[in-house]
Design a protein around this ligand. Structure first.
Ligand SMILES: [Zn+2]
Length: 550
């Protein structure tokens, strides 16, 4: 047994906010205080956390860390690897990279910040094997993938069928099968219908613009896929990258999407990129207040923020039309990959600069979404790594949230016109440690339906991060004194001291309906060959009741 003593515990899922209390760990799980005196005898290992904060391990809800597009990003940015190199140690492998680190480096860096779980947010079913193999090489993290379905040929074909009941049954069968075949954890939709429209040389689809050649609309794709996710009893709601990412005025699309799906569970990702108003001159301005107001009226919705980090980034997304536009706009190098009949992917390296007005506005919008939001269980911290910046910037973002003076000092360094288009200068709120624990672990774990993660109650997985309390919150969260994974110390003073593979997190979709025979003929053998002979360590995840966000 291991006992962590004297630490200030932040476990918001169990209502614990800074109380000094002991945490008992046995066989990889948090357990209650042993009742037998002998259980507290000499065989109890003690970890003294005096002067420290104890939190559950961090849970990364949206990141791009494995699969072909991530690999393409590595190939496209050799400079990212020359400058960032970490030698091997007796316990760990060597690694390279900053915006797109190598697999080993990714695991050590996340663990070095106190994170023990991470999800790769966009994987086409056909590429799932590659993603899983990289994740198996990403140490110290439990991982999972979200399987892309919003522009998938089979799904669009079914959505175009006239009989509502047949459509519903077939959709359920195909989505369940696709998720199981790809060993996915959640259903991801990126720019519903928009990628397929682009492949047919059509402009950006509006919510009710039919997508060729199927004639279905983005609105129909969203409603029917969100409902099917619920019918399949998946632990995480549909994970949505809305239409019109990055466009001035796209707040209208985002709000329309939320109104369309009101009353249904939904996770909206990298909201910062979807919270843009428009000025009379067509320039981006912050629409964070409208987004937050709508979110707070709808506790069934959650989102992550996609906070901009100044410096180099590598944008990569299944939203290939958006990446094409970004390439045209910036002239930066660009890669596009068509995943035939499924989706696409685009990659554009980018640098966000504080003296560039649009980047400064984007930076403010992300922070506004977090700081204006009244319910921290609804808006989570991400950088959509490496799209808005690398995840290693989390400690700095935490300081920006917790320290208004520091934030103000940063605001003064931005493009001088930024205050005309944003609201951040008027916000004085400072996050508490409890709120940081919600937006980095407890909240993501809850919306992901991970009942054993994101908290330190009885039966929780003993993933624990211990940070020395400091006034400088960036320094504090940059280098945890200890990180434990399943009760084992994996990090000391911010450095990984172990290297082992974590679990693969799987959903358990209802598979009661067989795959329709006409589709089996066309596709099952194709996918089966791509995905066969690949075993992962499974973890059963039960479908949780919908927990109201309080
Ligand atoms: Zn993303």
């Amino acid at each position: 047994m291991l006992k962590i003593i004297n630490g200030q515990v932040y476990d918001p899922a169990n209502g614990v906010s800074g109380d000094v209390k002991d945490i008992y760990i046995q066989d990889g799980h948090v357990v209650g205080k042993p009742s037998q005196p002998q259980d507290r005898g000499g065989d109890v290992e003690v970890l003294d956390a005096a002067g420290c904060v104890v939190m559950p391990g961090g849970v990364e809800i949206h990141s791009h860390i494995a699969g072909p597009k991530v690999n393409n990003g590595r190939i496209m940015c050799p400079e990212d690897h020359y400058d960032h190199f970490r030698s091997k140690t007796l316990a760990t492998r060597s690694g390279t990279g900053y915006t797109v680190p190598s697999t080993f480096m990714t695991g050590y860096l996340y663990a070095g910040l106190g994170y023990t779980t991470a999800f790769e947010a966009a994987v086409p079913a056909l590429e799932a094997r590659h993603a899983h193999e990289e994740l198996q090489d990403t140490p110290l993290l439990d991982t999972g993938i979200y399987t892309l379905m919003g522009n998938n040929y089979m799904i669009m074909k079914i959505l175009s069928e006239p009989d509502p009941q047949a459509r519903k049954d077939r959709l359920r069968a195909v989505m369940s099968w696709q998720l199981r075949s790809s060993k996915g954890y959640a259903v991801k939709v990126v720019n519903p219908g928009g990628v397929e429209s682009w492949k047919w040389s059509q402009g950006d689809a509006g919510m009710d613009t039919p997508v060729p050649p199927f004639g279905v609309t983005p609105r129909q794709i969203l409603i029917e896929l969100v409902d099917t996710v619920e019918e399949l009893h998946l632990p995480h709601p549909l994970h949505l990258h809305c239409n019109h990412l990055g466009e001035a005025g796209n707040v209208e699309t985002t709000l329309e999407t939320m109104r369309t799906l009101a009353g249904r569970r939904l996770h909206l990702t990298h909201m910062q990129f979807h919270a843009y108003g428009i000025t009379e001159k067509g320039r981006i301005k912050s629409a964070a207040p409208q987004i937050v107001e709508c979110l707070n009226q709808h506790p069934e919705f959650t989102c992550d923020v996609g906070q901009i980090v100044f410096g180099p980034a590598t944008t990569m997304t299944a939203d290939s039309p958006m990446q094409y536009r970004l390439h045209q706009l910036t002239g930066h190098k660009w890669a596009s990959s068509d995943v035939e009949m499924e989706t696409g992917a685009g990659i554009v390296p980018l640098t966000y600069r504080p003296d560039v007005l649009i980047n400064a506005i984007q930076w403010c919008i992300g922070l506004e979404l977090l700081l204006l939001n009244k319910n921290p269980w609804q808006v989570f911290l991400t950088t959509d790594h490496p799209n808005a910046g690398p995840f290693v910037a989390y400690p700095q973002i935490i300081r920006l949230l917790m320290d208004a003076d520091y934030r103000q000092a940063w605001l003064e360094k931005l493009h001088p016109q930024v205050k005309r288009y944003t609201n951040l200068a008027e916000i004085n709120r400072e996050f508490t440690l409890n709120e940081i624990a919600i937006v980095t672990r407890a909240g993501p774990a809850r919306t992901l339906g991970l009942s054993k993660k994101g908290h330190l109650g009885d039966g929780a997985q003993a993933d624990v991060a211990i940070y020395r309390l400091q006034d400088d919150k960036e320094a504090m969260f940059s280098s945890p004194v200890y990180v434990l994974k399943d009760g084992e110390v994996i990090v000391r003073d911010g450095q990984a001291i172990k290297s082992f593979t974590g679990r693969t997190l799987l959903a358990d979709p209802d598979s009661s309906l067989p795959l329709p025979s006409d589709l089996v003929k066309d596709f099952d053998s194709f996918y089966s060959v791509a995905l066969s002979n690949y075993a992962v360590e499974d973890e059963y995840v039960a479908h949780p009741e919908v927990i109201p966000c309080t």
